[in-house]
Design a protein around this ligand. Structure first.
Ligand code: NAD
Ligand code: DAU
Length: 355
């Protein structure tokens, strides 16, 4: 087992990053420090870690900064003697990448380059260090009705988001091959769970059912995604950074494919069970809207490698995960009020066009 003393988590105030930091403190025996480096874009919310920050004052540090800022990145690595970087920070929403790709290019490509360059300079030839890059299954493109993405599936990104993630993956690979930087990488399918910003399908549908607002389904709702509960992703990342083979990439997925319309129906049923409202009062809210341009039809991950080599497996069923997510959104009204009061609401209003 590899051990680290000072882990830098970029994007730790975002959805998966904050769940990963929680997972480390709550479900591992890690006794070192966590430095959360986050610019706090619309998607970053330090409130998601308020309890952790208070409970682990001596082990947890938050740095409000941009991964594109070379000086701050370099000084952070030195000041906190970072020996592991887990790189989540990114612009992550496909629809936003279509309406405004510039930030995606800047953060996802230049930001990753800045981190890699600073890590190379600070670590020199050390081998007891690690740069773990978090990526997505979207870099592999879109599948038809059959087939799976494997680690060696050729990249075929199709949105500005996935193209920017693919570019960052290639730069990580270049630093491995050219400079022998110790890196690992993971490409994961769609996550869901608590602290998910409600522009993404599952939290948006939960909040809109609860608020009796339209449930906007793109196109015919027939696109397929492979859903994974976020703590199962956190567990996979922890296994990779502590036990994964240096230089390797691992696919992570839920083996849990659903058409979007079926996810929405399932959510209506589960929310009805929690609120005792008739399920049809929720299903009637379904509104088919214009499709996402270039909408990838299907993603499906083969994750045999991480299962066979690292003994990872999914532990939360879709039913369990959705129920606990719905309950979390019902309970955490302050968190929701705070995220909904920002730019998010205005952006949603501007972008949906009912068909
Ligand atoms: P998110 O949008 O919820 O969070 C991103 C975080 O990065 C935010 O806290 C934001 O403030 C921060 N950030 C953005 N730009 C920054 C910058 N320039 N400098 C510092 N911080 C910055 O994203 P997420 O859903 O948690 O995704 C995290 C990572 O996982 C991303 O790299 C994404 O590509 C990848 N990923 C996400 C999923 C998913 O289903 N959400 C699946 C596979 C991979
Ligand atoms: O596959 C991993 C990727 O999953 C991550 O890399 C991305 O960061 C993450 O955002 C996610 O991308 P998707 O585009 O698959 O997720 P999203 O929740 O935006 O959409 C899921 C599906 O639901 C997709 O087919 C589009 C559709 N959709 C989405 C929204 C927000 C709707 O039909 N209506 C909606 O309102």
């Amino acid at each position: 087992m590899r051990q680290f003393n000072n882990i830098l988590v970029t994007g730790g105030a975002g959805f998966i990053g904050c769940n990963f930091i929680r997972y480390i403190f709550e479900q591992t025996d890690y006794s070192g420090n966590i430095i959360n480096f986050d610019k706090l874009t619309y998607a970053g919310n330090p409130e998601s870690l308020a309890g952790i920050a208070a409970q682990h004052k001596d082990k947890y540090t938050f740095i409000h900064a941009d991964i594109c800022d070379t000086k701050i990145v370099e000084s952070t690595l030195e000041k906190y003697k970072i020996d592991c970087i887990v790189h989540f920070a990114a612009e992550s929403h496909v629809d936003r990448s279509i309406s405004g790709p510039a930030e995606f290019i800047t953060t996802n490509i230049n930001g990753t380059f800045t981190l890699l360059e600073a890590a190379k300079t600070y670590w020199q030839d050390r081998k007891d260090v690690l740069f773990h890059h978090i990526s997505t299954d979207e870099v592999y493109g879109s599948l038809g009705d059959t087939g799976y993405f494997f680690e060696d599936t050729p990249y075929d990104p199709r949105s500005p988001y996935s193209a920017s993630k693919a570019a960052s993956d290639h730069i990580v690979q270049a630093y491995k091959h050219t400079y022998n930087l110790p890196v690992t990488m993971s490409n994961c399918s769609n996550n869901y769970g608590p602290f998910h910003f409600p522009e993404k399908l599952i939290p948006l549908m939960i909040l809109n059912t609860l608020g009796k607002k339209p449930l906007p389904v793109y196109g015919e709702g027939l696109n397929v995604r492979d859903w994974l509960y976020v703590t199962d992703h956190a567990d996979a990342i922890w296994k990779i950074i502590t036990q994964g083979t240096i230089g390797e990439s691992y696919n992570v997925g839920g083996e849990n494919e659903w058409k979007n319309i079926d996810v929405v129906h399932k959510l209506c049923e589960l929310v009805a069970g929690e609120t005792s409202e008739p399920v049809d009062s929720y299903k009637d809210l379904i509104t088919y809207v214009t499709d996402r341009p270039g909408h990838d039809l299907r993603y499906a991950i083969n994750c045999d490698k991480i299962k066979n080599e690292l003994g990872w497996k999914q532990s939360v069923t879709f039913e369990e995960g959705l129920l606990s997510t719905i309950r979390w959104y019902i309970k955490n009204t302050d968190w929701i009020k705070h995220v909904q009061s920002g730019e998010y609401t205005k952006w949603i209003e501007k972008n949906y066009v009912e068909r």
